[in-house]
Design a protein around this ligand. Structure first.
Ligand code: CRA
Length: 836
């Protein structure tokens, strides 16, 4: 139904008209005002750090107005909202993004120029908000961006970690972690909300509520306060501003006055310290479940505060509880927020006094669940004794959810004991464990994977029985997407200008399908040249970045071959570096004349390894050791350079991605659920060298198979290969053997360091099938080289690819979620004329 504003229109109209003026003089004044009044500096003592802060605060003032208006408007319209619950939001920087959204970049550039600063330098002062590990966290950030840009009333919910993703230093070739103290300087992009604070209980015991069969009174031992910090999400091309609400554990109430009065000053703050730890650090694991008690408590603090907040907001509408699913949709970003399911049940039954059946109906109509991985090591399972101790009431609820579920299945498939054992939410291990993916599935009305192949695989594997029990329709696919705002408009200004020229205006930023028009220009010689030049300029920019971050000088005219992502065995950075070793060997064998004819190549790696992931860390060491030898080899010179860029981050990605010629997405088929950097690289005019896995497949379908270099075995072949390799030693082909030999001859330092990596292939069953895929991988590299030598063909591939990428805009993903999962509609703040 359409939602038309009514009598309060005038008020909003007047309010909106007061938007701050946009001229350079006003901007300059507001920056100086913040410099002096917020930061106690004078223009004479302004450095670029303070220039950034003062400018950011002045931009924030403008966002604030729109932000307030958006929330008031959505409240007033009683719009159905979606709540995207995610333990991770990998936001990166906000300043430039906000300037572009407000269409004030040029004005700020001029205003800052007037006071002697360059906008680009100032932008560089901002620290990344790195509250996530990798794809899952960045996806959450792209999704809230798309919600804001398309006027969907949506909020992200997460945790405000004091220390985000650790900073990676490379010392002696090894990864060394340093804490990410991102909140050490003022953060203009968060608003503390001390008035929005909820108590979150832990431990204790239950007492039966005499008035009801299902109701309990939970007498907890410990209560922490979760306080909200709101982070604005500027919408582009709309006055809508979205919100990410992050919880932080508040400690004031835990000050022990008795201890303090008795002179135990240290003891008086003991509770505060324990509480603070809860939201102190992000667990640095990507695709692995650490299973620590502290993590469980983080998850619960997050879920409880979020559910209390959602219920409080809902209650303001005055509607009865059973209407919750009409006003709220909650998306579980993987299983990390699954305790939201029993928490909502607890609130509805114990506090709102609903019956079990009423509560269950509301809960399952409200929640939906996205699965992001099938790697067994990532599956969250919590031991029953641990849950029972920390969350006794929730453990009881989970037992009941399981009981009723199993009873209904028993009715549907009488006598199938094995089925019941397989699907039970409680695994009968010792100790028993709660399978969070099953709980999330049973507690949700829709379950989706993140790319077509992945959604098929989960239906055939972990959720196979559930498809049979709950029906095919519940299990759907929502292919991931990326925001064209950050991953084109912001990170690639030169190519963005070309798109704007072709489309005729900037509308492609919110409607990527418009870039289809590029196809008309594919034969335009002048345009092709400028396309090539834009890529070259980005490569030059990356070459400068590489020089600053590593001291290595690379030639921007070489082929830039990039693999940047978390370091993980299934992503096979090892296969990549082994192929580099083989290439090095081949180059060394050549005569200088032949070598001179070779295509020059810069192989770029970046990515973090989880701090406890030893094998991944050894891979980093191998890459750096190879880089050291190859880069110092005068015979080789510019023909081959190997670079490991330290401390990969969203900001680093914004430099690296627009500069790639070829990027590698080479996971063992069936292991990478989707991948999202693959989308970013192609959107920025790069070509993929990849396996038939995740979203690579759909990218190939969209842009045409001539535009992508596929190799390797297929997902359905993997099991047979693995089975074979469990009983037979792999037989490396000559190329792979050559790479092993080079390592074992100490070419890159002490071979003993790297022997475990070789052993993982030769003696460890080669789980990720490097020996199987290596020959076709080397072939694919040759095909890439041949194609790159044909510059005209390459430019055509690049232009056509960008023209056909609209499916991978996160706007498309969000529209699909909105229509098929959340049942929400855009609500545009249309009563004001703050057009930008
Ligand atoms: N590690 C998948 O592995 C996927 C993202 C976002 C991941 C990626 O292939 O693109 O999610 N899975 O859907 C994950 O985090 C817990 O599982 C990821 O980022």
């Amino acid at each position: 139904q359409s939602k038309t504003p009514s009598k309060m229109d005038n008020m909003f109209q007047n309010y909106s008209h007061s938007e701050i003026a946009r001229d350079t003089a006003t901007i300059k004044n507001s920056v100086i005002m913040h410099l002096t009044a917020t930061f106690l500096r004078t223009p004479m003592s302004m450095d670029s750090g303070h220039a950034y802060l003062a400018s950011a605060f002045s931009v924030r003032d403008r966002l604030l107005q729109r932000w307030n208006l958006t929330n008031e408007f959505h409240d007033r319209m009683k719009a159905k909202r979606v709540y995207y619950m995610s333990l991770e939001f990998l936001i990166g920087r906000t300043f430039d993004n906000a300037l572009l959204a407000l269409d004030l970049r040029e004005e700020y550039s001029k205003a800052l120029g007037d006071v002697g600063f360059c906008l680009e330098d100032i932008i560089d002062e901002e620290r990344d908000a790195a509250l996530g590990n990798g794809g899952l966290g960045r996806l959450a950030a792209c999704y809230v961006d798309s919600m804001a840009c398309q006027d969907y009333p949506g909020w992200g919910y997460g945790l405000r970690y004091k220390y985000g993703m650790f900073q990676q230093q490379i010392i002696n070739g090894y990864q060394v972690e340093a804490p990410d103290c991102w909140l050490d300087s003022p953060n203009p992009w968060e608003f503390p909300r001390p008035d929005v604070t909820y108590p979150v209980k832990f431990y204790g015991h239950l007492e039966r509520d005499p008035s009801s069969e299902h109701r309990y009174i939970w007498k907890s031992d410990v209560v922490y306060d979760a306080m909200a910090f709101d982070v604005p999400v500027p919408g582009y091309g709309t006055t809508n501003v979205g919100n990410i609400r992050l919880w932080s554990c508040k400690t004031n109430s835990l000050f022990d006055l008795n201890k303090f009065n008795s002179g135990d000053y240290h003891g008086a703050t003991g509770g505060q310290v324990a509480a603070q730890i809860l939201t102190d650090v992000l667990y640095p694991n990507d695709n692995t479940n650490e299973g620590k008690e502290l993590r469980l408590r983080q998850e619960y603090l997050f879920c409880s505060a979020t559910m209390q907040d959602i219920i409080a907001r809902f209650k303001k509408t005055g509607r009865p509880m059973r209407d919750l699913p009409d006003l709220a949709a909650i998306q579980l970003n993987d299983t990390h927020p699954t305790l939201g399911v029993p928490e909502l049940m607890r609130i509805l039954i114990d506090e709102e006094e609903l019956t079990w059946d009423e509560a269950w109906e509301i809960t399952t109509r409200t929640f939906a669940f996205t699965n992001h991985t099938i790697l067994p090591e990532a599956m969250e399972k919590w031991p029953v004794p641990m849950l029972d101790k920390i969350l006794p009431r929730h453990m009881g609820i989970m037992y009941d959810i399981n009981l009723f579920f199993l009873q209904s299945v028993e009715k549907q498939f009488p006598g199938d004991r094995d089925l019941l054992r397989r699907i039970s939410i409680i695994e009968e291990s010792n100790p028993q464990q709660v399978r969070m993916a099953f709980l999330a599935c049973v507690g949700s009305h829709k379950v989706n994977g993140v790319a077509a192949i992945h959604s098929d695989i989960i239906k055939q594997t972990i959720f196979k029985d559930f498809v049979r029990i709950q029906g095919e329709d519940k299990f759907i696919n929502k292919t991931n997407g990326v925001s064209p705002r950050r991953w084109m408009n912001e990170c690639n200004p030169d190519m963005s200008s070309l798109l704007t020229e072709v489309v005729g205006d900037r509308s492609w930023v919110n409607d990527l399908a418009k870039t289809k028009k590029l196809e008309e220009r594919v034969t335009d010689q002048d345009f092709r040249q400028r396309w090539w030049d834009a890529k070259q300029a980005n490569k030059k920019r990356l070459a400068d970045y590489i020089l600053t971050t590593t001291g290595i000088r690379v030639n921007p005219n070489a082929l830039f071959d990039v693999q940047v992502k978390r370091i993980h065995e299934y992503k096979r950075q090892l296969m990549n570096i082994l192929s580099v070793i083989y290439r090095y060997h081949c180059l060394k064998q050549m005569t200088p004349e032949d070598r001179a004819k070779e295509l020059h190549r810069v192989v770029v790696f970046a990515g973090k390894a989880a701090s406890g992931y030893w094998v991944a860390k050894q891979v980093i060491k191998l890459i750096n050791s190879v880089a050291e030898v190859v880069n110092a080899d005068e015979e080789i010179g510019d023909v081959l350079k190997v670079v490991f860029i330290p401390d990969y981050s969203v900001t680093a990605a914004e430099y690296i991605i627009p500069a790639s010629d070829i990027s590698q997405h080479i996971s063992t088929a069936g292991t990478e659920a989707s991948g999202t950097s693959n989308m970013k690289f192609v959107l920025n005019g790069g070509i993929i060298l990849g396996t038939v896995d995740g979203a690579n497949i759909e990218i190939g379908e969209e842009i045409g198979e001539e535009q992508i270099f596929f190799f390797g075995c297929l997902a359905h072949e993997v099991e047979d290969f693995r089975h074979y390799l469990r009983f037979h030693q792999p037989k490396p082909d000559d190329a792979l053997q050559t790479a092993f030999d080079m390592i074992q001859r100490n070419t890159f330092g002490d071979a003993a360091i790297f022997q475990p990596l070789i052993d993982s292939i030769l003696r460890g069953g080669d789980v990720y099938l490097l020996s199987v895929d290596f020959p076709s991988y080397i072939q694919a590299h040759k095909a890439v080289e041949d194609a790159y030598r044909n510059r005209e063909e390459w430019i055509t591939k690049s232009i056509l690819s960008v023209a056909r990428m609209s499916k991978f805009s996160s706007d498309r993903s969000i529209q699909e979620y909105a229509e098929e999962v959340w049942n929400i509609e855009p609500v545009r703040v249309n009563s004001c004329n703050m057009s930008i």
